[in-house]
Ligand binder design. Structure first.
Ligand code: SAM
Length: 218
């Protein structure tokens, strides 16, 4: 299988054709070898229009969802971004092509380890990964120009709002355990946050202090 051709088709049919046009996002999606972020038995399916299992009951998100969430951050290049839910590391790698540094938090050790290895293998040098409960953000490195949460939360955790720069954007799925609405919150001033709904979505649960409890979530 020619993965470069599969990747070009994925970008044309699943991303451009559905209205994602931000040049930095398109270029990043053309470059990052998505197949490397799933186990080898799934490489042939890795450019399909769906999420895939990555072990530990978690998933690598659908390519379109990764593109949409990245575009919603309205990146220009040079930003510092916090990602909650490293998972496979694919969304991390897309962000790392565009911004100056990605801070990514994952709660499952095996996933954090594997993502680190793949990101190192493909040459992503501007990524810090922390094993922790990401519902409290990453206080030591705050504030962030953007925060992207790749798991569904019952509410907007307050730490994310506090850890945004003025002008910063938070992209987060909020709702029940089975389905959520993808929201964008823009911080216009110290206490001025404006929220909009982007689309309906289904993410695995965000588990932690300000998310779901382990029992509820799985
Ligand atoms: N963006 C990822 C990718 O492209 O592979 C998809 C990640 S998957 C849909 C969601 C991830 O969020 C899982 O790896 C899960 O373990 C992680 N997660 C859930 N709750 C978390 C928390 N409180 N802190 C950090 N990671 C969390």
């Amino acid at each position: 299988m020619d993965y470069a051709i599969a990747r070009r088709r994925m970008v044309e049919k699943q991303v451009l054709a559905r209205g994602i046009h931000a040049p930095l996002v398109i270029e990043a999606m053309k470059r990052v070898p998505r197949h490397r972020f799933v186990e080898e038995a799934l490489w042939a399916q890795s450019y399909g229009d769906h999420p895939l299992p990555i072990g530990e009951k978690q998933t690598i998100s659908q390519p379109y969802m990764v593109a949409l969430m990245t575009q919603a951050l309205e990146l220009k290049g040079g930003e510092r971004i916090l990602e909650i839910g490293t998972g496979s590391g694919y969304q991390t790698a897309i962000l790392a092509q565009i911004v100056s540094r990605v801070y990514s938090v994952e709660r499952i050790p095996a996933l954090a380890r594997r993502a680190r290895r793949v990101l190192d293998d493909i040459g992503c040098r501007n990524v810090n990964i922390k094993l922790s409960d990401g519902t409290i953000g990453w206080e030591n490195e705050a504030p962030f120009d953007g925060i992207v949460v790749t798991a569904g939360s019952p509410q907007v955790p307050p730490h994310y709002l506090e850890q945004l720069t003025i002008g910063g954007r938070l992209i987060i799925p909020v709702g029940g355990r089975g389905s959520q609405v993808l929201k964008r919150v823009i911080r216009h001033g110290r206490e001025d946050f404006r929220e909009e709904n982007l689309l309906d979505c289904r993410f695995v649960p965000l588990i932690g202090k300000d998310g779901w409890s382990e029992g509820e979530g799985r």
